[in-house]
Design a protein around this ligand. Structure first.
Ligand code: HEM
Length: 526
């Protein structure tokens, strides 16, 4: 290397030669151009200014939620059946029809609340978003690991996320703000019960379930619809962590889930999930004690059995994290023929929010990026906008006709395949909650279904965080637990009482969390 810090150059330009983004070979990537070797620099340093100004713009806004994620490519293989019936009875979606049919896909797993490089051991739902590149265009199934959610009305989502994210003054997540919101939103209690149990910290992405959470519809060739819920079941098994186990991992590695997924795929140990649906007839089911459009509720599997429809295999890691995992854009509005929305109010709110944020986060032409573009022909009259990329308009399109309808040429509307599904909607416009809120019954059932260690961990985790909260918040949360299950309420009340009477002082550090643990133990034995 000479005194100008130039590396040995390639004699002729070849595949390894460094260029700028205009394709000009870079002959010196170590020194900017200066007057004499001590400077000053000159403004016509095009290569330097391009390099540094691109670097200055390397980040795009991170997702407002689900910022931390990992992704992988793979495929979906249809079983051609839903349980033991042909799938065509319920949906005409092409990807499901034929046994063995494979559809390429991309998956992004994520945590929700904290930023793009936050630890992957935090107590938080995990996102489970799948983009199927079907022959009819893309279908996104944007779900979570848990099967229910905190709220049932989309208007509450920004408040909920504000309460769960760090305090706007201290920039620290604060369990008092979390429980303040939950205590005033009793519909969240079922989800709180799950999230504070070991189910709130999946061991990694490969060993967690997935669920569409919201209620969707399937439509068959006769235009008849049913309500459906989607669930992914990992063939690797399910594994969750206690708070202690999570802390031990976090002390050594805060990227463990990303690492686990990447390394498993790299060594050919491809993770797999089976896709199941639960089906209900398309009506409001007055016989049930919950509303089928309420995403804080499970559909009891004894009444609405899980039926297998296919399998997903993840067999390829992304080649470029930013281009694929960061810029991928999923949305609940992205459905194909044979799949439809329900009137689930959360789903309707979500459906606006996703593409709205992606126009801001990635840009108005985000659908032209390879990771988001369908793997089939796209022909639209939407034009222009920042970063428009060439769109194949097809061999027969008159390039002057970027509108429809036209006598002179241009694109034509598609033919309707199958009978159109035309639900009738009638009613007064109101701002009201649903009738069958039933906020606590299923939380009690979930508590009783936990194994003993899961119950113990739930109470410990709740007491640890609730003991830092205002007593009015504690009392509300205890009253919800009492409504859900007598033992649940009693253990929470006793745990909080013992935590208060322990000599540990203000809670929140490791030593005092141990004191809470002892107090909970005492309460349990009592
Ligand atoms: C991401 C909004 C509820 C699952 C996002 C993003 C927004 C959003 C704005 C960022 C998207 C992006 O930047 O690309 C909402 C609203 C909700 C809601 C307004 C309620 C009204 C839910 C629910 C689930 C869910 C119930 C679970 C079923 C996800 C997932 C992602 C996400 C998995 C990450 C997608 C990815 O990996 O890119 N949500 N969300 N969200 N949301 Fe929601």
């Amino acid at each position: 290397m000479d005194k100008n810090q130039k590396h040995e150059p390639n004699n002729i330009e070849n595949e390894d030669t460094l260029t700028n983004r205009q394709g000009h070979p870079i002959t010196n990537n170590q020194n900017i151009r200066t007057v004499g070797n001590r400077g000053p620099a000159t403004l016509e340093n095009y290569d330097f200014i391009e390099k540094i100004s691109h670097f200055d713009r390397e980040r795009i806004p991170e997702r407002v939620v689900h910022a931390r994620g990992a992704g992988a490519h793979g495929y979906f293989e249809s079983y051609g059946m839903v349980g033991d019936e042909p799938v065509s009875k319920y949906t005409r979606a092409k990807l499901f029809q034929e046994k063995g049919k494979r559809t390429p896909l991309f998956v992004r797993f994520s945590s929700v609340i904290h930023g793009g490089h936050s630890p992957e051991t935090l107590r938080d739902p995990r996102g489970f978003a799948v983009k199927f590149y079907t022959e009819d265009g893309n279908w996104d199934l944007v779900g979570n690991n848990l099967k229910i959610f905190f709220i049932r009305d989309a208007v509450k989502f920004p408040d909920m996320i504000h309460a769960f994210k760090p305090d706007p003054v201290t920039n620290r997540q604060d369990s008092e703000r979390f429980f303040d919101f939950c205590a005033s939103s009793p519909e969240s209690f079922h989800m709180v019960t799950l999230i504070y149990s070991p189910w709130g910290i999946p061991a990694n992405y490969r060993m967690m379930q997935g669920s569409g959470v919201n209620t969707y519809k399937w439509v068959n060739k006769d235009g008849e619809a049913v309500l459906v819920k989607y669930h992914w079941e990992p063939l690797q098994g399910i594994k969750n962590l206690t708070q202690k186990e999570a802390e031990e991992i976090q002390a050594k590695n805060f990227n463990h889930a990303t690492q686990d997924l990447f390394e498993a795929i790299e060594k050919g140990d491809y993770p797999e999930w089976e896709l199941y649906v639960q089906i209900m007839s398309d009506d409001d089911h007055p016989e049930l004690d919950f509303d089928p459009l309420d995403d804080t509720k499970l559909w009891p599997p004894e009444q609405f059995p899980w039926k297998k429809v296919g399998k997903m295999v993840l067999n390829k890691n992304p080649e470029d994290y930013f281009a694929e995992v960061e810029q991928v854009a999923f949305g609940t509005g992205v459905l194909v023929d044979g799949l439809d929305f329900s009137d689930d109010k959360m789903l309707q709110g979500r459906t606006f929010s996703y593409s709205d944020t992606q126009r801001y986060r990635v840009g108005p032409n985000y659908l032209q990026l390879p990771i988001n573009a369908p793997k089939k022909r796209v022909a639209t009259n939407q034009r222009g906008g920042q970063m428009e990329y060439y769109v194949d308009k097809g061999p027969n399109q008159n390039p002057h006709i970027n509108y429809e309808p036209s006598i002179l040429g241009g694109l034509k509307e598609a033919k309707q395949t199958g009978k159109e599904y035309t639900p009738e909607v009638k009613g007064k416009l109101v701002r009201e909650s649903i009738d069958r809120e039933n906020n606590f019954k299923q939380a009690g059932e979930t508590y009783r279904a936990f194994e003993q260690w899961e119950k113990d961990d739930l109470i410990l985790n709740l007491v640890t965080d609730l003991s830092k909260c205002d007593v009015r918040i504690q009392e509300k949360m205890i009253s919800y637990a009492e409504e859900a299950d007598e033992e649940y309420g009693r253990r929470l009340r006793e745990g909080l009482k013992n935590a208060k009477s322990s000599e540990s002082g203000p809670l929140g550090n490791a030593k005092n969390d141990q004191a809470v643990e002892d107090a909970v133990e005492k309460g349990h034995d009592a």
